[in-house]
Design a protein around this ligand. Structure first.
Ligand SMILES: [Zn+2]
Length: 292
């Protein structure tokens, strides 16, 4: 079972431990052996024997949707990521498994490495063409930045801040449901930070927009990188200060007050900060409900 403590969630350096080191200013030497995070659609390519990362020289022939990128070092060796085209085949010794954070058969380190690769490859894919002049930016050594040789503009990875909030009312907490979530699953109000807005102001606005409720005593608790494709989730608790529960039906299909004694059929996956915030408010939930 995953630890509910937010500091031990996947998609963090802590989840990778001392085996991982970020990329250094050195340029990669593409022909040298290393470890590989190969993605194909929503799958992560692992060795059939032992279900570990492929090791050695480039283990797949392509075609590649995004060619290999150095993302760091794993146990002292180059760690590269690449995305295959959906139709790409795999050698007999490799197989693809679901890289979803909902896949509880995959340990936190592999979920985190797949997320890191997804985020880096998404950025690399989106920075191929200079939006100012249509040129072809090249890598800036030692970073994930890109510099356009035609107009010299530089671009750096975009990470989008968002808030996620547990709204409390005494012993109860408000959970909401989006129509496209798995059957029976409830989660937390969340939304993107807008221009000229603090994280706390974003919490107050999102809660009002989505539920019609006013909140006060907005308290930061923890954060989680969320590589789907490139968010940073800032987790808060806030106290309900009144108002009438009126849903924004463009965003939500249901909302209700729950408690540790009265829970929805399905809680958010254990890999998510949403679940960690709920567990933190209502300790003892761990294991009470199984997730898909
Ligand atoms: Zn340019």
């Amino acid at each position: 079972m995953r630890q509910p403590d937010p500091t031990h969630l996947p998609f963090s350096l802590a989840a990778l431990g001392h085996d991982f080191a970020p990329a250094t200013p050195d340029r990669d030497s593409p022909g040298t052996p290393g470890c590989w995070i190969i993605l194909r659609e929503n799958g992560l390519v692992l060795c059939r024997d032992g279900l570990g990362l492929p090791d050695g020289v480039l283990p797949v022939a392509g075609p590649f949707a995004v060619p290999p990128v150095l993302v760091g070092f794993w146990q002292g060796r180059p760690l590269r990521a690449a995305r295959l085209e959906p139709e790409a085949g795999l050698p007999a010794g490799l197989m693809a498994v679901s890289a979803s954070y909902r896949n509880q058969a995959l340990d936190d380190r592999l979920i985190t490495l797949a997320g890191l690769a997804r985020q880096v490859l998404h950025w690399r894919d989106r920075s191929r063409i200079c939006p100012a002049c249509g040129g072809s930016p090249g890598e800036i050594a030692g970073s994930f930045g890109a510099r356009c040789p035609s107009c010299t503009r530089e671009y750096y990875p975009r990470i989008h801040p968002a808030v996620i909030v547990l709204i409390t009312r005494g012993e109860e907490f408000l959970l909401v449901r989006k129509a496209d979530w798995p059957a029976g699953q409830y989660g937390l109000v969340a939304g993107y930070v807008e221009f000229c807005e603090t994280l706390e102001e974003c919490v107050v606005r999102e809660v009002m927009e989505e539920t019609g409720l006013a909140v006060t005593d907005v308290r930061y608790l923890a954060s989680q990188s969320w590589p789907f494709p490139s968010q940073l989730m800032a987790g808060f608790a806030a106290t309900c200060a009144g108002g009438e529960l009126v849903l924004d039906t463009a965003e939500l299909e249901a909302a209700a007050w729950f408690s540790a004694e009265r829970l929805p059929p399905v809680l958010p996956p254990r890999a998510s900060i949403a679940r960690a915030l709920i567990d933190r408010f209502a300790p003892g939930l761990g294991g009470a409900i199984e997730n898909p």
